[in-house]
Structures are given as structure tokens and as C-alpha cells.
Design a protein around this ligand. Sequence first.
Ligand code: FAD
Length: 464
Amino acid sequence: MSASTKPPRIVWLRRDLRLADQAAFCAAAEQGPVIPVYILDDERAGDRKLGSASRWWLHGSLEALDARLSAAGSRLVLRRGDSVAALVALVAETGASGVEAVRHYEPWWREAEEQLGSQVELHLHDGNYLAPPGTVTTGSGQPYKIYTPFARALTALLPLRDPLPEPTLPTPAKWPHSDKLADWGLLPIKPDWASGFREAWAPGEQEAHAQLEHFTDHVKDYAEGRNLPSVDGSSRLSPRLHWGEISPTQVWHTLEEVHGKGADTFRGEIVWRDYAQNVIDQFPRYSEESYREAFAHFPWRDPAKDKGAAADLQAWQQGRTGYPIVDAGMRQLWTMGWMHNRVRMITASFLIKHLLIDWRHGERWFWDTLVDADYGNNGVNWQWVAGSGVDASMFPRIMAPLTQSAKFDAADYIREWVPELADLPDASIHDPGEGERPKAYPEKLIGHREARERALAAYRQVRA
Ligand code: FAD
């Protein structure tokens, strides 16, 4: 690619690590040489800095993007520090005419975009959601709080625009200095907890498309398969979509001509992702505190003050609760940075209702351990399970983990993730009785009936 004499344009990358259907790259390429920049910013997000699993994914995704850029004659410039300060400095250093970026909705990114825009020319683009958050509104122009009417209104806006092609990127005469990715320490060294991650995932845009192609062949079975933890029935696109290795518009277009219950149900889940982002767009602290006022007074067992609660929280994190389906899910999460959706619901419900621990402890654990940890999706789903959010309260609907495990045929899933139980037959693996439980497997932290009564009694104290 030949060097141009026009002033360069910076592309500020965050969770949009792709070249195709990436509006900031397209806009920059039309104006002059392009300098793609990723800034590792541990300052802006305060205590929301990237969790350990996210850091692992980020390393791989940046490496893959850099390889793609290099193959096209371009590069990825890496810097570390406060995003706004780093970008203002880069604009001055390179003589760039301005910055192009895809818009993000996490409160710290909104603040950064506002501050940056007041100091340099900044163009923000849509593209990480089917419809830009805030644009799907009621007849009177109000945003929706509840999923079903939101989904109906969003689907009425279809068909979507076509995905943007991958642009040719003109290069600058001189490249600014870049950090070395390896120096950022994003990968674990000792202990190396990521061997299961490496087995399960290969981050990057090309792998994201390969995964979508694989899933397209199986989408017809999605409606049933997605609920069965023992079956590889969902797309596993969540980290790809979170990091923007693939856009939801690309996913939607690929499946547009696929009809039937499987594809329709899948489209509904993609809309859930847009919905969650609309919730945090309206309520930026949604992942930090209960939306319903009554939950501020809920008699949670507090791990900071109560040793029993602290031990229970740790047992949940380590997958040693004595409930096989819960333990399988928590160990899957630890090993591969991802957990099946139904089991996310079961494990979240167990922490909140069986152990009576504030959903925010669970949200934080997921934030650190999920490769798809997403401020919107995580908070919205935790509050949905807790019944503390915008929907009608689900709190009294207490999931029975043992029944769920049998109903959704989780026997093989448990065998895979809880090897102590691998030899038990289907009839007892969901709830091994006293004579059957191997010594290495813990007793239940609390019985289901006792837990249910305790949770309902606690809820009665705050029910609005
Ligand atoms: P598929 O079933 O193939 O769905 C396709 C895509 O739709 C997903 O990749 C995801 O982007 C989106 N999606 C599916 N279900 C949901 C949902 N309930 N809410 C929002 N988007 C959805 N998802 C995250 O991406 N990040 C999180 O941090 C996260 N935390 C969660 C916490 C809890 C307590 C629960 C119950 C769910 C959470 N989810 C989260 C939603 C869901 O579990 C995952 O998106 C899904 O399991 C990912 O697997 P998949 O890609 O195979 O999903």
C-alpha cells in the first residue's frame, strides 16, 4: 500500500476488533492514511477494568487483528494509559486530522467520548448493535424498558442495512511508536490457568466467521439444543460479538434466508443483546446497583461480615456447592471462560436465592471469569434472575437446580465437568444420595427446601 501525503486519521479501537463492517475504518480510509490504535486503559473504567478472562481474550484478538492489518500493509499501534490523554497526544504527534471510532455505551466510554470530542475532531459511528441504542422508541419517543415490546419495535425496523465491505487502508508516511503486546502482561504466567481457554477458543475475526459458518449448519436445531447443557447447541458467538470480531449485522445477514423455529429463536437472542445495551443506555449504573429500590434493604448474607456467607461464596466460585449442575457450570466457567446460558441462570439463581448472597457478588465473579463479560449483558441478566430489575420481580420463582438438571438432561455435562461423579448412572448423577456420593464430592451447602423457605422469608421483608 503506497504512503499518502494527506494528514492521517486515527481509528480508535475498543470492542470493535474487526476490519469488515467496521464503519470507523471505512470513514477513515476515505479521508487519508489510517492509523489503527488500541489503548489499554485501566484508568477510565475505575474498578470496572477488564477482568482476567477478558484480558486473555483481548491479547488473542489484538494479535489476530495486527496480523490481518500487517498482511494488508498496515499495523496496529498499541498504547497504554488514559484513552483521552493518549489520543490527544497521538493526534498532536502524528498530525492527524481527527479520530474515527465506533460508539460505545458503557458509562466510562460515554464520558471518554464526550471529553475527547471537546479536544479533537471525533466522529462516532454505529455498528456494534442492530439498531443504535436509544433509537428504538415507543410512539411517544420514549425508550423501552421491557424486552418484548422492544423486540417487536426493533423487528419492525427491518430489513437492516447491508454490512460494510472491508476497506483498503492507506498507510501514513511515518508510523508512531507502538508498545509491544507481550509487554502488557495480559496473559497469565504463573499459575497458567488458561490451558482450557486455549483448547476452547482461537480469538480473531476470521475464526469468528468460521464459527458462524459452523453454527449456520446447526441453527435448525437451536430452539431445543440451546437449552441442553450436554449438547453443543448454541452459537458460542458471545465473546466474538462482545469484542466486535463480528458484528450483529453480519450475523443477521448470514442467517437472513434461514427460516424456521431454530433461526427465529436465535434472532430473538441477538435482539436480547441490543435490549441489554438499551437498558444500560437508559440506566448507566444498572450493573452496579439494584434497579428496584426495595432491594437496597434486602437482608442479604454479606460475605464481608459473615464467615459462613464468605465460605459459601467461595464454594460457589470453586464449584463445590454439592449441587452437581451448579458445580459443573462454575467449573466450566473457570476452565474455559464461558458457561452455557441455562446453567448461567441456574448458578446465578443458586447464589442469589439458595445462598442469599447479593447478585452483585456474582456479577463481579462473572466479570472477572467470562471471556464474554459484558457490562450490559451481565448486569441485565443478573438483575433479571434476581428480580431486582426493570421486569416484574422474578424473585419468588426459585429455580430448583436438581429438577432443572434432570429436565434438561445435564448428565453428560456433569460427567464432563465434575469428574468425581463421572461413574454415577443418569438416575443419581443429578442428586447423588448419601450412599452414592463419592467422598471427594462435597455435601450440599444447604437443602433445597430449607433454602427456598429462607429466601421467600427474606423476600417477604422487602416486597414492595
Ligand atoms: P446463543 O444462544 O448462541 O445466542 C447468540 C447471541 O445472542 C449470544 O452470543 C449473545 O450475544 C446474545 N444473547 C443470548 N442470550 C442473551 C441474553 N440472555 N442476554 C443478552 N444477550 C444474549 N452474555 C454475554 O454476552 N455477556 C455476559 O456477561 C453475560 N452474562 C450473563 C449472566 C447471567 C447471569 C446470565 C443468565 C446470562 C448472561 N449472558 C451474558 C447471556 C447469555 O448467557 C450468553 O450470551 C450466552 O450464553 C452466550 O452463548 P452463545 O453465544 O452460545 O449464545
